[in-house]
Design a binder for this molecule. Structure first.
Ligand SMILES: NC(=O)c1ccc[n+]([C@@H]2O[C@H](COP(=O)([O-])OP(=O)(O)OC[C@H]3O[C@@H](n4cnc5c(N)ncnc54)[C@H](OP(=O)(O)O)[C@@H]3O)[C@@H](O)[C@H]2O)c1
Length: 330
């Protein structure tokens, strides 16, 4: 295969970002088909110059020319579409969360077991932001020593007109875990520190707090809120016994510092501009997915990891609901 022929399913906010990501790598990928159901979606994608526009997902799955399916539909459709794609012999990437229930986690694991030759990934975009990728690299190379604590804040009070598609994501009570879209924070911490053993959490109407005990002995904390009076925050702090990494948003740029001593002279990490403002992360995400197919490599966020992040978030929700510590089951 010289380049991956992709079918994009769902052409809303995320689908358009994925499309532009593929368009930036024409030597590796081509979006040859799109699934657009509504007249509004069809009118939108007609301007994209994609050769085939299907009305339904099932119709698209019968197209033998399609190598890979990219699922950008609401949460509650992710599992059934991922399963459909893998059963049809297509590589697949699904938007976040990978799925919404424990039963779906189990079904997806069975699909992965049935189709070891297909690449399956989850679009945890934070793994494609250069600043976080550098933080991950530094930590993995042991440059901050043994990690003993890490945290992430995901807090945002979006203007409903700025982000209208948020209303369509859920459409099922299963999708509304108390941590909300902070599954990105949970995934970021899991990417850096590995699997979580046990979680605890509590919440008020405006603040949700999760404590994570990682299998490697590190502790983690995720704070989530939709009521903050300040711009978007998706931060990361990683504390090791030989160094500290702090990543934060300022204006619309993600910054990072690496401290190797108690002096006020940290090393700066790569910066990343925010979505839609010159940021390359969608290109990196799509490139990573198609490269995993072309070169038979592990994607940066395999579906197996997306499933584990969902299982961790469901355990956190259970802990918050019952006020107890909960073991994470994978
Ligand atoms: N990774 C990230 O940073 C990130 C950011 C934002 C969102 N997301 C995730 O991306 C997903 C989509 O969010 P969004 O903001 O892109 O939503 P959106 O703008 O509402 O788009 C959803 C799309 O799904 C399509 N759709 C719905 N049901 C379908 C079906 N049965 N078959 C085919 N297409 C169907 C809709 O098309 P029609 O109009 O034709 O029905 C619509 O174009 C969500 O799960 C969300 O969590 C991820």
């Amino acid at each position: 295969m010289e380049k991956v022929k992709v079918c994009l399913v769902g052409c809303g906010w995320t689908g358009a970002n994925h499309f532009n990501g593929y368009r930036a790598i024409p030597e590796k990928a081509e979006v040859i088909a799109v699934v657009a159901r509504s007249d509004e979606s069809r009118a939108k994608v007609e301007g994209w110059g994609v050769p085939k526009i299907y009305r339904s997902f099932d119709e698209a799955l019968k197209d033998d020319e399609i190598d890979a399916v990219d699922i950008c539909t609401p949460h509650y459709l992710h599992a059934e579409m991922l399963i459909g794609a893998l059963e049809a012999g297509k590589h697949a990437i699904g938007e976040t969360p990978a799925c919404v229930t424990r039963a779906e986690c189990e079904q997806l694991r069975i699909e992965l077991w049935k189709h070891p030759d297909l690449k399956a990934a989850t679009g945890h975009i934070c793994r494609s932001w250069p600043t976080y990728a550098q933080a991950k690299r530094i930590t993995s190379e042991g440059k901050i020593g043994g990690v003993f604590y890490l945290s992430s804040n995901y807090a945002h009070k979006p203007d409903p007109d700025e982000y209208p598609s948020a209303r369509t994501w859920g459409r099922t009570p299963y999708a509304r875990t108390r941590l909300g879209i902070s599954y990105h924070s949970v995934d970021l911490l899991r990417w850096i520190a590995g699997d979580v053993d046990e979680v605890y959490g509590d919440y008020t109407p405006h603040a949700r707090l999760a404590i994570l005990n990682f299998k490697n002995g590190a502790m983690g904390k995720v704070f989530s809120s939709g009521a903050v009076v300040r711009p978007y925050i998706m931060s990361l702090s990683v504390y090791g016994d030989e160094g500290t990494i702090i990543c934060w948003w300022e204006e619309d740029i993600l910054h990072g510092h690496l401290h190797k001593s108690a002096e006020w002279t940290p090393e700066s990490l790569e910066t990343t501009p925010m979505h839609g403002r010159g940021s390359p992360e969608w290109q990196y995400e799509m490139e990573n997915f198609v490269t995993s197919i072309l070169e038979d490599k592990r994607p940066v966020c395999p579906l197996s990891e997306g499933i584990k992040t969902v299982e961790t978030c469901l355990a956190i929700d259970e802990a918050m609901t019952y006020g107890i510590k909960v073991r994470v089951r994978h």
